[in-house]
Design a protein around this ligand. Structure first.
Ligand SMILES: NC(=O)c1ccc[n+]([C@@H]2O[C@H](COP(=O)([O-])OP(=O)(O)OC[C@H]3O[C@@H](n4cnc5c(N)ncnc54)[C@H](O)[C@@H]3O)[C@@H](O)[C@H]2O)c1
Length: 316
């Protein structure tokens, strides 16, 4: 049986990816320090190791014999990265470097890394390709870019794929954390008290990608020979303004309204992906539209409202 190591397995995206690899017949070893994720997210069939990947003692507890590493562990909020930039560096970048060294020592075939569109920073209002000069605006984005840099440095010993994910949303997203995930922050507030507080202009725009499409991209990135040592945008190529997203949420949660107050440090004005390379390398040329994905997200949230700790009325 093929073995794979998935980090951040108790988080939103990592837990979905773990389910896919289990369904495909993999033995999944999952690591997470549960700083953000939840044990109940970890599929039962995963061999779970609790540990912080920035610490040497965790690395010593990881098993040999994994074919690949899918590295999703990390502090996942740009806003939170400003609270303690050193902790962010430890949790995100030092963890990546530790895993690269572990991967080389254990002759691992490939590491797939959860990078982010945050590496780009301020960009023009046009599809942003991987060739765009990255100039991150948040400590989080700086750490993601540094991680990519380390992956590139060691690529001959450990091939990599860097997945620059745009705004991922869908069932399983943490609705209790009002500082991470634009769609989930707004939806949580709508479900909680029908008042959505928006930090920043509704004219900002993003590229919202549904979780199932992200899982498919990771599945292919882990195995396609053409993905070796590639940096890929994982988005839809569709531009959605924050105002459009809010209107769609208000339609799905009738009676909701939104108001703008303040701003988020290091927030990008607007960004959406050029998906040419994603199509070429991973042969992905269709995506779930927001009009399909958002109702699925809302239905899941409503069905699970009792067990979910849905956040309060403010974002921080
Ligand atoms: N959600 C998005 O839209 C998005 C977009 C771009 C990039 N990403 C990146 O993708 C990855 C997964 O995102 P997510 O939305 O599932 O976030 P998440 O917070 O739900 O999951 C991250 C998981 O990593 C764990 N973790 C954090 N630091 C760790 C450490 N040092 N050692 C071990 N475990 C640790 C957390 O407990 C959590 O379970 C993150 O690296 C994030 O930065 C997410």
């Amino acid at each position: 049986m093929k073995r794979i190591l998935i980090t951040g397995v108790a988080g939103f995206i990592g837990s979905h990816i773990a389910k896919r690899f289990l369904a495909e017949g993999y033995q999944v070893i999952g690591v997470d320090d549960l700083s953000g994720g939840k044990l109940e997210n970890v599929p039962a069939a995963v061999e779970f190791i609790k540990g912080d990947l920035s610490l040497a003692e965790t690395m010593e507890r990881l098993p040999a014999g994994c074919e690949k590493i899918l590295h999703l562990a990390g502090q996942s909020s740009g806003e939170i990265s400003f609270d303690d930039p050193i902790a962010d560096l430890q949790k995100n970048t030092i963890s990546t470097l530790n895993l690269i060294r572990f991967g080389i020592k254990n002759k691992i075939e490939r590491i797939v890394y959860a990078s982010s569109m945050s590496v780009y920073g301020s960009v023009p209002d046009e599809p942003i390709s991987e060739r765009n000069d990255p100039r991150p605006l948040s400590c989080y984005g700086v750490g993601k870019l540094a991680s990519e840099g380390y992956l590139r440095v060691y690529k001959d010993q450990l091939p990599f794929v860097a997945m620059r994910m745009f705004n991922v949303y869908g069932p399983g997203q943490d609705l209790s954390n009002l500082r991470q995930g634009m769609a989930s922050i707004y939806l949580a507030q709508a479900l909680n008290n029908k008042r959505i507080e928006v930090k920043g202009s509704t004219k900002r725009f993003r590229d919202f990608i549904y979780i199932d499409d992200v899982v498919e991209a990771w599945w292919r990135a882990a195995s396609y020979p053409s993905a070796r040592n590639q940096v890929l945008n994982i988005g839809t190529g569709l531009k959605t303004t924050v105002g459009e997203l809010l209107e769609k949420i208000c339609i799905n949660v009738p009676g909701s309204e939104f108001f703008v107050q303040g701003s988020t440090p290091g927030d990008q004005t607007g960004i959406f992906a050029d998906v040419g390379l994603l199509e070429k390398i991973l042969d992905i040329n269709k995506c779930t539209k927001l009009d399909t994905g958002l109702p699925l997200f809302v239905t899941w949230a409503r069905e699970n409202m009792k067990s979910l700790k849905i956040g309060g009325s403010t974002e921080s």
